[in-house]
Design a protein around this ligand. Sequence first.
Ligand code: GAR
Length: 193
Amino acid sequence: MPEKPKIAIMISGTGSNMEAIASACRRGSLDAVISIVISDDPGAPGLKKAARRGLAVFASPYEKGAAREENEAPIIEALKNAGVSWIVLAGYMKILSPSFVRTFPGRIVNIHPALLPSFPGAHAIKDALEAGADFTGVTVHIVDEYVDHGPILAQEEVAVIPNDTEDTLAVRIHEVEHRLYPKTLQQLFHEDY
Ligand code: GAR
C-alpha cells in the first residue's frame, strides 16, 4: 500500500472545505494524513473545528505593516517542522509571497469559488453575480507566484439561477467544493496528472 502523504491545510475562516477534506481522510476516500491546520486568524471558527477533530493546529496572526515574508516566517517554520509534502489552501485569504511559493514549488494547491481565469480575488461569488454571469463554478489549481493563478487541476460549473443571492449561490458552490476538492486531491496525490 502506498504511503499516505502528509498534508497541511491553511484556512482563514469557516473551514468547511477543511472539514470535507478531513472527513474524506477519515472515510478513506482520500489517502492523506492531515499533519497540521494553520490559520492567520487565531479566532477562525475552522481552527476550533480542526482542534475538535483532534488535528494539530497553529495560528500565526499577521502583523500590520510588517513585510509579508516576516509574517509568513513562523508559518514556513511550522510547515517544515510538520514535514508535509503538500500544502492545501482552503479559504486561506492572505496572498502568499513569491518566496513562500518558491519554498514549496508545485506543492501548494488552492480552491477558488469561480471558473478561473474569470473572477479572481477575494469576492468571486459576488463579482460573478454582479457581472450578470449565467454560470460560474469552482476551480482547483496549483499555486504559482501570481494571485489565483497556476496550472488548473479541475473545474466544475455551477449555474446562476434567477433571484440567486450571494448566500444561495454560495451554498451551491460550497456543495461542489466539498465534493471536488477531496476527489481532486486524491487524484493529485495518487495518480499521474
Ligand atoms: C471557499 O469558498 C473557497 O473557495 C474560498 O473561500 C471559501 C472558504 O470557505 N476561497 C477564496 O475565495 C480564495 N480566493 P470555507 O472556510 O468554508 O472552506
